[in-house]
Ligand binder design. Structure first.
Ligand code: 8YV
Length: 320
């Protein structure tokens, strides 16, 4: 069987795949151009792809021999799951292993904003540090007893709640479906409406998948309901937020700041209006970017593909 990788994966993973299949790895500029992807997929049985690859109906239908897609991600909004499933193509993904790393980065962004870490770093490097212990100088905000509003209470949302509990924050959440009372109690979280989440939180953190229902669901209408002192954090998907509205909210100081790991179009560059603002902390889509997590994701992505191509169930399967 022949498989295609839209970029290089860990050496151990390539080695394992090469023992079983004829492997073609795209090594050009990322992402792999769509035209090339369409021409290369024609004779392939399996595909390993990433969130920035658009695996739409054109790609799937060009893959006339395609039996399995394995994405190196928990998110699968880049794959036309309906079209793939109607063709009987199995889709594997990599949840769970990246939950902790993504939750850790969320807390890191929160601390960076509350304690002004990038600002402090810049201040010293620019030789602007003059005095210490001034009563009003370089003050941040306590996390203690602040209200964290979690939008999307799946695996990552819950991991963020567990971490935030350690900082003694009040945790409220909004989710498509409410959790059981037992689980709410165990996590120490309270269910609220979307409106309430934005009205009462000191920091809102996004952890839902990007779906037609959540597309740009976070917009100026909601920002206008937030406290002037509040922060917004997004380590989920850029397209859940209306980015133009966010830029307005940050510029007009409707909210105090934002910590962003994901954007509508990635990578962003310094021409993007959000990069001009001082009240944001930015990361280059790195929720799962730790040595340990990425290795586990590669292991699962490979296993998912091998299992699917041998007619078995992948470890984690995306279903319609
Ligand atoms: C990706 C992500 O793993 O898993 C996801 O959905 O967004 C990231 O953690 C990363 O972009 C590498 O594919």
């Amino acid at each position: 069987m022949k498989i295609l990788l839209t970029r290089r994966l860990h050496d151990f993973a390539i080695k394992e795949l090469k023992m079983k299949y004829k492997v073609e790895v795209y090594t050009g500029k990322i992402p792999m151009p769509k035209k090339l992807l369409i021409s290369k997929i024609k004779d392939k049985d399996g595909l390993i792809c990433y969130p920035y690859d658009s695996i739409d109906a054109d790609v799937i239908n060009a893959g006339i021999r395609l039996k399995a897609i394995s994405t190196f991600s928990v998110g699968h909004d880049h794959i036309d799951v309906k079209t793939a499933s109607s063709r009987g193509i199995v889709i594997g993904y990599t949840p769970e292993v990246l939950t902790r790393a993504t939750a850790d980065l969320t807390i890191a962004l929160m601390l960076a904003l509350f304690r002004r870490i990038p600002e402090g770093d810049k201040l010293i490097r620019n030789d602007k540090w003059r005095t210490i212990f001034g009563p009003y100088e370089f003050l941040g905000t306590d996390l203690y007893q602040k209200t964290l509003g979690i939008f999307g209470m799946g695996r990552i949302g819950k991991a963020v709640a567990r971490r935030a509990a350690g900082f003694e924050m009040n945790i409220i959440y909004h989710n498509r479906t409410r959790l059981s009372l037992k689980e709410e109690k165990r996590l120490g979280i309270k269910y609220v409406s979307l409106d309430n989440l934005f009205r009462t939180s000191d920091v809102v953190s996004i952890h839902s998948p990007h779906t037609p229902q959540t597309h740009e669901i976070i917009n100026l209408k909601l920002f206008n309901k937030m406290k002037k002192t509040a922060f917004l954090i997004n380590t989920a998907r850029g397209k859940i937020i209306n980015e133009k509205d966010l830029a307005i909210a940050l510029k007009r100081k409707i909210i105090t700041g934002a910590g962003l790991d994901v954007f509508q179009k990635e990578p962003i560059n310094s021409r993007h209006p959000i990069t001009k603002m001082n009240n944001v902390v930015l990361m280059p889509h790195s929720g799962s970017a730790t040595v340990e997590t990425r290795k586990k994701m590669a292991e699962i992505a490979v296993k998912n593909l091998i299992l699917s191509l041998s007619g078995r169930k992948p470890i984690y399967q995306v279903r319609v």
